[in-house]
Design a protein around this ligand. Structure first.
Ligand code: MN
Length: 307
């Protein structure tokens, strides 16, 4: 009978043992744009080629490969005050320095190796600029910003802010050369410092040429590996710098082999099974909630914007 078959299939899907995940898609982003005048990034997703339910809980990823900025004697580079509601912004810096300020009273600098995990939730205004000293001196900026969705019940939570400095992020050595920095979730017994609303494992991985790295992840997690630099292989699939690997949810681990030295960001988490409506700086469940967010911004419900 159909019912029996369906149950059997469900069991097979939910209990894969010691199995490496296969590749669902390789996605490349080729177009760059400026965010304000400070961040030259490529938006890997949202993308028409990647279904949003396969990326959940991640809704947006902007990656800015290392780019040199000339010294600027006067003025600043970046993005001025703008609102967000319904999700979290996660900013990773590898080179350069980003200064952040929001109207919930948080401010900080995201330097090389640091991660800022900001919860917009019910609504926030913030600004994101190159840090002042960095702007004057010039230098390379290398960063990523992720938008992490929140479940409906947490979209109304008060704004929050986790400044995570490099020294707080545990680093696990990889056999064969390299290291795994655990930003969120767990790898090899090391726990990342980020507090998340839904289960997320976020790893910043550097592999030497020849290194092979298995990473155990719950079978229900959606898993993406972004190859920032170098080249990795998983099974028979090769992914180069500028490509993102979307894994099928068909195993309990992913395997990365570095044909050459590689820098890979692993994004994974339990999917949030709710409708997503994204419009500009808002990520909600319905069009009505987007409309409400726009009304609320105009009515000053996101709080006053500092000078
Ligand atoms: Mn922003």
């Amino acid at each position: 009978m159909t019912t029996t078959t369906a149950t059997a299939e469900r069991n097979l899907v939910s209990e894969p043992q010691n199995r490496a995940r296969s590749v669902e898609a390789i996605h490349r982003s080729t177009e760059f744009h400026w965010v304000g005048d400070g961040f030259h990034v490529s938006t890997y997703f949202p993308s028409e080629n990647l279904p949003s339910e396969r990326l959940s809980p991640f809704v947006l990823m902007d990656y800015g490969p290392a780019k040199n900025f000339e010294p600027l004697a006067r003025g600043k580079r970046g993005v001025g005050w703008h609102p967000h509601r319904g999700f979290e912004t996660v900013t990773l810096a590898w080179e350069g320095s980003v200064a952040h300020r929001d109207n919930a009273g948080h401010r900080g600098v995201i330097g090389p190796g640091d991660v800022q995990w900001m919860t917009a939730a019910s609504g926030i205004f913030h600004e994101e600029y190159h840090e002042e000293q960095f702007t004057r001196q010039g230098g390379r900026m290398h960063m990523m910003q992720l938008w992490v969705n929140l479940p409906k019940k947490d979209k109304t939570a008060p704004p929050g802010y986790q400044p995570i400095v490099s020294a707080q992020i545990p680093q696990v050595q990889v056999q064969g050369g390299g290291a795994v920095r655990v930003i969120a979730g767990e790898y090899a017994g090391a726990k990342g410092p980020a507090h998340t609303f839904t289960p997320i494992t976020m790893l910043d991985v550097n592999l030497n040429a020849g290194a092979h790295l298995p990473i155990a992840l719950p079978a229900n997690y959606n898993v993406l590996a972004v190859v920032a630099e170098g080249r990795v292989r998983t099974g028979a699939t090769v992914a180069n710098a500028g490509e993102l690997i979307l894994f099928n949810n068909d195993g309990t681990q992913i395997e990365l082999a570095a044909d050459e030295a590689a820098h890979v960001i692993v994004l994974s988490g339990a999917p949030i099974d709710e409708p997503i409506v994204q419009y500009g700086p808002f990520v909600m469940n319905t069009v009505d909630e987007i409309r409400q967010a726009m009304f609320d911004v105009n009515r000053g419900k996101f709080g006053p914007v500092p000078d």
